[in-house]
Each structure stands twice: as structure tokens, then as C-alpha cells.
Ligand binder design. Structure first.
Ligand SMILES: *[C@@H]1O[C@H](CO)[C@@H](O)[C@H](O)[C@H]1NC(C)=O
Ligand SMILES: *[C@@H]1O[C@H](CO)[C@@H](O)[C@H](O)[C@H]1NC(C)=O
Length: 297
């Protein structure tokens, strides 16, 4: 009798554990890609013209797996200038949509006289589909291919910029397209999701093997052979331990040069740090293109 109850409890416990593991496995994308936050992110996306950038195209790109994603191409005021400018390819962090990043895009646009191509990943903003590692990689490739095929942009220098999980997107894209990208700027990104989860969600650390979303930047960054890389690291980052950025920097072997810069900032306010854009400017001028220095005189 006692033995039967024990066996019964054992089955119940086993069932609950399996159910829990199943839920973690199935719903991790909802945790990792909070596209519905902040509220309204799936219905409202502000426009470049709201941020003093009137020369833009509101694009719908179709990926090779037939998902329609939204992107903005923000151009200079004339075709001639657009052709001569660099193009910033902007990969946003894991909440919200591209519209939330327009104030940051605007600083790049004004300071470096560049074009900006930015996208909302699938399942974000007004883009169709659901987020996931394989799909977002395709989205990034779609955006780069758009630049490569665009009559005004095809000969521009492309700089990939990624914040947080956008850094993982950018690293992966550059690792596969070095012939078409001239610089990589990374802010507060991580070694890999399985390595980040024990820190973010300690209660899940024993099941981090269930994480099917990997974003293994630790390996991918070692495939980058020649693209210059800038690392921007918030020393008070409460979400991604700064050691991840430091380790990525140490893993990078690119012959194009790498630069590590620390800011007294947290995960999402690093770009507000006083020296942030000056640091980007030094990297941009020395490793990619210094013509903005003359234009801004
Ligand atoms: C970093 O910023 C915090 C919060 O603003 C401040 O209290 C601290 O003194 C700063 N540390 C340094 C080294 O500047
Ligand atoms: C950073 O995140 C906090 C809470 O998530 C938010 O209140 C704050 O406005 C964000 N700061 C920036 C610069 O985005």
C-alpha cells in the first residue's frame, strides 16, 4: 500500500517535471523575444520623419522563406550624397520595434552623414511572422541583400550595428558576409544564450540545455577574419554581465583591428553615456571612413 502511494507520487512528480520542461522548451521564445513590450509595440511604429529625417522609404521586404518584414531606408537629401555615404545597418535589441530606435539612428545619421537601414525582426513591430533564431538570421540577410542590390546603396560601405541580442544578429551576419561589410559595432551583447540564461533566470539554470535558441556569438565572432570591430560595454550592465563583452573581445581575431571601450552605464542606457558617440566616431574615422570629419566642419 505504502509502496503504491510512493510509486503514484513518483509518477505525478515525473509528470509535473516533464510538463515544466515542455513548457520551458515551447515558450522560451516568448521569454527571449518580448516583441509585445512595451505595450503597443505591435501596432505603433514611429516614422523617420517624426525624427527630422524626411528622406526615407518605408519598405516591406519579402524574405526567402516568404515572410514580409518591415524596414526603413533613411537616405541623404540627394541621390549623389546617398551614393557616397556609408550605410548603417541597424539591429535592435530584444523588445519594442525599429521605431523605438529612431532617436539613436538620428544621432548616427546626423553625426556621420550616413544612410540608415533598420528593420523590425519578424514578429516585431509591423513585421509578419514569429521571432526565432533561424528566422531572424534570414531577416538580417534579407536586409543586407537589399543593400547589395540597391542602385544607390550597392557601392556604399556597410557598418553593422547591434545592441544586446542585435549584436548576436550582427556578428552572425558579418561572419557570413565579410566581403560586403566594412565595420561591426557591438553594444552589450552576450557570448551565447545558454551562457546567459543562468545569469538572467537562475531558476532555469539547471535546464539551460533545453534552450534551442543559441545565438552562439562566442564561436561566430572567431569566424570574422578582417572586419574591424568596436566593443561598447556598460560596466553596470545588470542584464548581460560585462564579462561577456570582455570575453567576446578576447575571442575576436579579426585582422581589421578591435577596440574595447567601457562606459559607466547599465544595459539600456549605454548609448546615453557622454563619450559613446565620440568613441564611435573615432572608430568610424580610423577604421571605416573619415569623410564625415570634413563635412561636419
Ligand atoms: C558611475 O555612475 C554611478 C551612477 O550615476 C555613480 O554613482 C558612480 O560614482 C559612477 N562611477 C564612476 C567611476 O564614475
Ligand atoms: C531602460 O529600461 C527601463 C526599464 O526597462 C526604462 O524605464 C528606461 O526608459 C530604459 N532606458 C532607455 C534609455 O531606453
Amino acid at each position: 500500500m505504502f509502496f503504491n502511494i510512493l510509486l503514484y507520487l513518483f509518477y505525478v512528480a515525473g509528470f509535473i517535471v516533464l510538463l515544466g520542461l515542455g513548457l520551458v522548451y515551447t515558450y522560451q521564445c516568448k521569454l527571449i523575444y518580448p516583441a509585445q513590450f512595451p505595450e503597443g509595440s505591435r501596432v505603433e511604429v514611429s516614422l523617420p520623419s517624426d525624427h527630422d529625417m524626411p528622406y526615407y522609404e518605408d519598405l516591406t521586404l519579402t524574405t526567402r522563406d516568404k515572410v514580409k518584414i518591415k524596414a526603413y531606408l533613411i537616405k541623404r537629401s540627394t541621390d549623389e550624397e546617398t551614393k557616397k555615404a556609408c550605410t548603417l545597418l541597424y539591429f535592435h535589441a530584444n523588445a519594442g520595434n525599429m521605431g523605438h530606435r529612431l532617436p539613436i539612428a538620428q544621432i548616427f545619421y546626423k553625426m556621420f552623414n550616413c544612410n540608415v537601414l533598420m528593420l523590425s525582426y519578424r514578429g516585431y513591430g509591423l513585421s509578419e511572422g514569429t521571432p526565432g533564431e533561424q528566422g531572424i538570421r534570414i531577416d538580417a540577410q534579407t536586409a543586407l541583400d537589399y543593400i547589395t542590390e540597391h542602385p544607390l546603396l550597392k557601392n556604399t560601405k556597410v557598418i553593422a550595428y547591434g545592441q544586446s541580442i542585435g549584436g548576436a544578429v550582427a556578428i552572425d551576419l558579418v561572419a557570413h558576409n565579410e566581403d560586403r561589410i566594412h565595420g561591426l559595432i557591438l553594444e552589450n551583447t552576450f557570448l551565447s544564450l545558454p551562457k546567459l540564461i543562468p545569469h538572467l533566470m537562475p531558476f532555469l539554470s539547471s535546464v539551460s540545455f533545453l534552450c534551442h535558441q543559441k545565438w552562439n556569438s562566442e564561436v561566430a565572432i572567431q569566424r570574422i577574419a578582417k572586419t574591424p570591430i568596436l566593443f561598447l560595454s556598460g560596466q553596470r550592465d545588470e542584464l548581460v554581465p560585462p564579462q561577456h563583452m570582455r570575453a567576446l573581445f578576447e575571442n575576436a581575431i579579426t585582422s581589421g583591428g578591435k577596440s574595447f571601450n567601457e562606459f559607466n552605464s547599465t544595459h539600456n542606457d549605454t548609448c546615453l553615456a557622454p563619450n559613446y558617440f565620440d568613441t564611435v566616431g573615432e572608430f568610424w574615422a580610423s577604421s571605416i571612413d573619415d569623410s564625415f570629419l570634413n563635412m561636419n566642419k
